[in-house]
Design a protein around this ligand. Structure first.
Ligand code: ZN
Length: 686
């Protein structure tokens, strides 16, 4: 990588240290919701929160019934994700759960506590690799302890595991403890065989060349409506033959998919309208057949359903876990519209064409006609699979490029999750430590909850939907750099326009100052604070984190002459200082134009260069400093959630009459319950 020249060390301290000190006790202005306890648990690098489901009581009885069935469907695929994330994950989770619940020794011993922490981390990550950093985390109990405890387990424990004690020990001990085996879930390093170097379970006995050849043979030239090749299968080589094992009823993961379909069919029977009923039925058809054309039919129908109050995601959707970006992990959520906040996104959608026309990208890469961007603000009632327990705050689907171009996409911001994040961060000292001066701190306190939500709306409902590929460009041309480039494109679109006078004109922000809260916190995050999520010596792997650093470092480098933005050091602490917000916006616009060009033309070399140069590597000295400052605050860098518990009420004739919601379940209890009630897959799936 090229030398980092943007890191400006100032010896004379010009900073606002005095301001900073006086601001440490300033009040946060977003009012705290005091009668709801957001905090559930903390361990390792995690804090577990609960979220409210506002206005659930306003749903009709029939809507509550629908919500309940969809909720149940959303919990059935949990085991699928464990298996996708790693071949031995279900063995390991089940073994650890048995040890945890059967343990009759000293529960205050270090070994037992280490089991508890490790098991919690497995639950958070849906496997043995860190959910965000992808590296394998190693437990703090010993191999001997694990071996002894496995041998003590009752006979019944081994039924679902499917191995005897000796077999189990020889299978999982090396996978858990040997740092060489399955060391990372996702390896997208340049120059390695990304398939064989990744421990995720989307491929077996094939290398990257074979995978690339298999799928390029499958793709038809000049296909205007290609299916999402490889999306719902594992690619394997058996007896010299390479073929797909499809996720479907009667195929891979059948027992979990059957249960999902059972609940979806109950949901279809109480759908809000015919359109929604047909959406659910199409999803069922797809789960039964595994036919990707049927998945496209479902996606098209789902995009068209904009009138239903309740909506859901359920299936093999996002491809971040596959080094090739083709195979999708199972995820789900169920949600309903937040009517008040949705007015905001309706304004954005109604003006989508204006934003497209006025974006700084080259005309040939713009959409002449922006189609059907349906945007809304939602509250989730349940999150499952790859959206649980850590969850995105904004979603834009479907992912198929041609469906987006022809039929549009649906975009959501999840406000009850962002509310939980916001409420849980009150008074934790983070902003006071990393923000340059009282000016920026006041901006953040005043506007950040608003601007964060707006940026997410712009990212999801305009950013991902903007621009077009030039004719004949392969949508997968950017390969492993595709996700980072796509996220950068969406973030840049949002950042560029959040500072536009049009936003104030449309009433989306109260004044021309508010956007500065978003700019400052975005750059502070991208240049400094997101690094707390990475271990010293490691690179950035995750696409969203790569995208944020890409944008922040690129703009910092372009500011070398005009000093629009710089890093300053004060009392041996590094801060972001923005001297000229409008010039920063100009640099963001230039970068947006370049990123869109890369995407539109499928310029793989440019994608690789910009990602490798700006997005991946960390400055070790700065990284250490940030980690040390952060450690003193005692804040967990990652947040996860527990779901509420829903209990249906039936009358004597077995008619559904109400849905009770309860927020009191704790993290451990929830996972043990899910493993008991929603766990039908064998431990080894092939
Ligand atoms: Zn995105």
């Amino acid at each position: 990588m090229k030398k980092i020249i943007f890191f400006v060390m100032t010896t004379t301290c010009l900073c606002a240290c005095n301001n900073k000190k006086s601001s440490a006790d300033s009040d946060l202005k977003t009012p705290a919701i005091t009668d709801f306890n957001y905090k559930v648990d903390t361990f390792a690098d995690m804090e577990i929160l609960r979220y409210r489901v506002p206005e659930i009581e306003k749903l009709t009885t029939k809507q509550k019934e629908l919500l309940y069935y969809l909720n149940e469907a959303a919990l059935q695929g949990r085991d699928i994700l464990y298996d996708q994330n790693g071949k031995y994950n279900l063995y390991i989770r089940r073994t650890l759960e048995h040890i945890y619940t059967n343990f009759d020794g000293d529960k205050n011993s270090n070994d037992f506590k280490a089991v508890e922490t490790y098991l919690k981390r497995v639950w958070v990550s849906n496997g043995i690799h860190h959910h965000y950093g992808n590296h394998k985390f190693i437990p703090e109990f010993s191999q001997d302890f694990l071996t002894v405890e496995i041998k003590k387990l009752p006979e019944t424990a081994f039924e679902k595991i499917g191995l005897n004690a000796e077999e189990l020990i020889s299978t999982i001990v090396p996978v858990i403890f040997d740092p060489i085996i399955a060391s990372t879930r996702l390896n997208q390093a340049a120059g390695v065989d990304q398939i064989t170097a990744s421990a995720s379970n989307y491929y077996e006995n094939v290398n990257q060349k074979e995978v690339e050849a298999f799928y390029s043979n499958m793709k038809k030239p000049n296909d205007e409506t290609p299916v999402s090749y490889g999306l719902n299968s594992k690619l394997v080589k058996e007896n010299g033959k390479i073929f797909e094992k499809t996720y479907k009823i009667g195929g891979l993961y059948s027992s979990a998919i059957e249960k999902t379909v059972y609940w979806l069919q109950k949901a279809a029977a109480v759908a809000e309208n015919e359109q929604q009923k047909s959406v659910i039925e199409k999803l069922v058809d797809y789960y039964k057949s595994g036919d990707l054309k049927k998945f496209d039919d479902y996606s098209i129908s789902w995009v068209a359903d904009t009138l239903s109050h309740i909506d859901f995601i359920n299936g093999f959707i996002e491809t971040y876990g596959d080094p090739m970006g083709m195979k999708a992990s199972w995820e789900a959520n169920v949600n309903f519209k937040n009517a008040e906040a949705t007015k905001r996104t309706e304004i954005i959608s109604a003006n989508a064409q204006w934003f497209e026309d006025n974006s700084p990208v080259d005309k040939q890469f713009k959409k002449e006609k922006v189609k059907g961007i349906a945007a809304k603000v939602i509250n989730v009632s349940i999150i499952g699979g790859d959206s649980y327990p850590t969850t995105p705050i904004g979603i834009n689907l479907p992912n198929s490029n041609w469906i987006r171009a022809v039929h549009g996409s649906k975009s959501v911001t999840i406000e009850n999750i962002t509310e939980a994040y916001d409420q849980a961060s009150h008074g934790n000292g983070f902003a006071e430590e990393f923000v340059w001066s009282k000016t920026e701190l006041d901006l953040i306190n005043e506007y950040k909850f608003k601007t964060d939500n707006l940026h997410t709306d712009l990212h999801e409902c305009l950013g991902h939907g903007s621009g077009k590929l030039l004719q004949g460009v392969d949508p997968d041309a950017l390969q492993s750099y595709g996700s980072t480039i796509e996220e950068a494109r969406a973030d840049l679109f949002g950042l560029y326009f959040i500072a536009d006078p049009k936003i104030v004109e449309l009433g989306l922000l109260p004044n021309a100052e508010a956007y500065k809260a978003e700019y400052y916190s975005f750059f502070m995050n991208g240049l400094l604070t997101q690094q707390v999520r990475i271990e010293i010596g490691k690179n950035i792997e995750e696409a969203h984190m790569r995208n944020r650093q890409l944008i922040a470092r690129y703009v910092l480098e372009k500011s070398a002459d005009d000093k629009a933005i710089e890093l300053k050091v004060c009392d041996e602490k590094t801060f972001v200082v923005i001297n000229d917000y409008q010039k920063v916006r100009q640099h963001l616009g230039e970068l947006l134009a370049e990123i869109q060009r890369i995407k539109s033309t499928g310029d793989f070399d440019a994608a690789r260069n910009i990602v490798e140069n700006y997005a991946v590597k960390l400055d070790v000295v700065l990284h250490k400093e940030i980690i040390e400052r952060y450690a003193k605050l005692n804040i967990a860098p990652y947040k996860g959630f527990v779901n509420p518990v829903y209990t249906p009420i039936f009358d004597d004739d077995n008619n559904f009459i109400d849905l009770k919601i309860d927020y009191t379940e704790k993290f451990v209890e929830q996972h043990l319950r899910y493993s008991r009630d929603y766990s039908d897959l064998p431990s080894l799936n092939d």
